[in-house]
Write a protein that binds this ligand. Structure first.
Ligand code: HEM
Length: 528
């Protein structure tokens, strides 16, 4: 009896003791973590603390880039804030952005629910060795197909672009005087430019396959956006409806993947290593070479070759179409608001280019009014207002503040372009700010529409070529005006990853070209 009682007492004491020890242990751990968090938070750049779990999410009003701009006005050019579980660090001083983004340690990408869905494929949302190799490969590949300011391949690229410009102008001509929305017409023409370079695919205006392709891109974008809340508060992914959305995303990606896979298979069948037609062929060549050398399984850091090619096509299409379409839409909108600038551009082109042909890239150095107008459109519209989000590759310090590895680093390009200390009356549309006293175009180092540093835009040269070719040819061929009875469209944009104008319509009045007396035709660009 005594032994039994002693055992019960002993067990009771042990249980009581271990529960207490466990409780103390958990309390110590929590306190250490809490102190760590307080220490970490006090070492972060200044900014609002927000609420537990939600951070500053409940205080967001309007466009995110404007919210961040307001915070930088209050706390300084380097701030931190929490959106749900995500720590966001915003840089709005151009020197700070430039100096940081030149460094290897700022080339990471954050790990989020969104990047998890992409599974580490592609180039835009990758980091480390895969990103570096892919960026170099794409840079060389795009140069090979003419994305360069110099050399004979530039003319080839210009040829590809001008074919689409001429088709674009002929579709516009067919619309006669009717009010039109340029958006869907530009979408086909600009998709054709990038799809031609990527995979020799072109669509006709009214193509059902193209409509489906665009529908999938649009649907994918909307589905991803509807998951946005769970990217910031991960627990929300268990809310009703979220599983269905993820299912729809999987289906959307599958169909998109099938479309791209068909193109990959077609390329495989007709592949000829002595004649590389497009970027997809350069990938097939790289894969073939690696397989022959027995290193195929190391290529793309061991990732599936076809999935990597699909994601690269998707990345370049999404980065290279919408951005240029928005820029051109903004350019047209600013011409509606500033007909005197449109007239000055047209008069300059009439003098330099003449009325017998369309403008070409080699005219550009002699067209300062046209060039400065395009630069001003890029500055004032800041179509990628927050660049792309970077992440430190390790815990580090910036200007004495602590930036943990998991922070999301946002370069606030919009603020740089709207800084009154850098630009005189930044809200004003004034192309002459880019022209010096000698009449030459100058781009200040704080003009950053394509970002800066190691992860700056990979398609800048192509973008400049396309914007110039479409914008100058459009203005050379037509006067643009607001349709009778309609009001001047607003300059307030719709902000997402890019800022685009709200839908608007224009009327186009042809500016007659002169016939070439020798050939009896209008000379197309590049024929001189
Ligand atoms: C007006 C047109 C364009 C603008 C304003 C623009 C702007 C930008 C900006 C601001 C970034 C992020 C830079 C950073 O955060 O560090 C970026 C990245 C990128 N852009 Fe563009 N872009 C344009 C057109 C294009 C085109 C035509 C292509 C495709 C050929 C392209 C491909 C890319 C890629 C692949 C990246 C990611 C680079 C990386 O992650 O290393 N962009 N762009």
């Amino acid at each position: 009896m005594f032994v039994y009682s002693a055992l019960v007492l002993w067990n009771f004491l042990i249980e009581e003791f271990s529960t207490k020890v466990l409780a103390v242990f958990v309390a110590v751990l929590l306190s250490v973590r809490f102190l760590q968090m307080v220490r970490e938070a006090s070492a972060l750049p200044p900014g609002p603390w927000g609420l537990p779990i939600l951070g500053s999410l409940p205080f967001l009003k309007g466009d995110l880039h404007l919210h961040f701009r307001d915070l930088t006005h209050k706390y300084g050019s380097l701030i931190s804030t929490r959106l749900g579980s995500q720590l966001i660090v915003v840089l709005s001083d151009y020197k700070m952005i430039r100096d940081a983004f030149r460094k290897e340690e700022f080339t990471g990408r954050p790990t989020t629910e969104f990047t998890a869905l992409l599974d580490g494929y592609g180039v835009i949302n990758t980091a480390g060795k895969l990103w570096k190799d892919q960026r170099r490969f794409l840079h060389d590949g795009l140069r090979h197909f003419g994305m360069s300011y110099i050399g004979s391949r530039k003319t080839q690229m210009e040829g590809r672009i001008m074919r689409e410009v001429e088709e674009f102008l002929s579709v516009l001509t067919s619309k006669k005087d009717n009010p039109i929305d340029l958006n869907p017409i530009l979408a086909v023409s600009l998709s054709n430019v990038i799809c031609d370079i990527l995979m020799s695919v072109r669509f006709s205006h009214n193509d059902e396959r193209f409509k489906r392709f665009m529908f999938l891109i649009d649907e994918g974008f909307k589905l991803f956006s509807s998951l946005e809340a769970s990217f910031f508060i991960p627990i929300l992914k268990y809310m009703p409806g979220q599983r269905e959305t993820r299912g729809k995303i999987a289906k959307n990606r599958e169909e998109m993947g099938q479309f791209l896979q068909e193109t990959i298979e077609e390329h495989r069948k007709s592949f000829d290593s002595s004649h590389l037609r497009d970027l997809l062929d350069t990938y097939l060549y790289e894969i073939q070479k690696a397989n022959e050398e027995g290193t195929g399984h190391h290529l793309f850091e061991g990732k599936d070759h076809d999935r990597q090619m699909q994601q690269i096509m998707g990345d370049l299409f999404s980065a290279g179409m919408e951005t240029i379409k928005s820029s051109l839409q903004w350019a047209v909108l600013f011409m509606l608001h500033h007909p005197e600038v449109m007239k000055a551009v047209q008069e300059e082109m009439d003098q330099v280019v003449g009325r017998r042909r369309l403008p070409k890239l080699e005219d550009l150095p002699y067209l300062p009014v046209t060039e400065s107008t395009m630069l001003e459109v890029l500055r004032i519209s800041s179509i990628v207002p927050m660049g792309t989000t970077h992440a430190p590759t390790r815990d580090l310090k910036l200007n004495g503040f602590y930036l943990p590895r998991h922070a999301q680093i946002v370069p606030l390009l919009h603020s740089v372009h709207m800084d009154p200390n850098l630009w005189n009356e930044p809200e004003k549309f004034d192309p002459s700010r880019f022209v010096n006293a000698e009449g030459k175009v100058v781009k200040p180092e704080y003009f950053l529409p394509f970002g800066v540093g190691r992860r700056m835009c990979l398609g800048e040269i192509l973008a400049r070529m396309e914007i110039f070719s479409f914008f100058s040819s459009l203005l050379h061929s037509f006067d643009i005006c607001v349709p009778a009875g309609e009001t001047l469209p607003s300059l307030k944009g719709v902000a997402g990853v890019t800022i685009s104008p709200n839908a608007f319509r224009v009327c186009l009045k042809p500016r007659p070209m002169e016939w070439d007396a020798i050939t009896g035709t209008i000379r197309p660009a590049g024929s001189h």
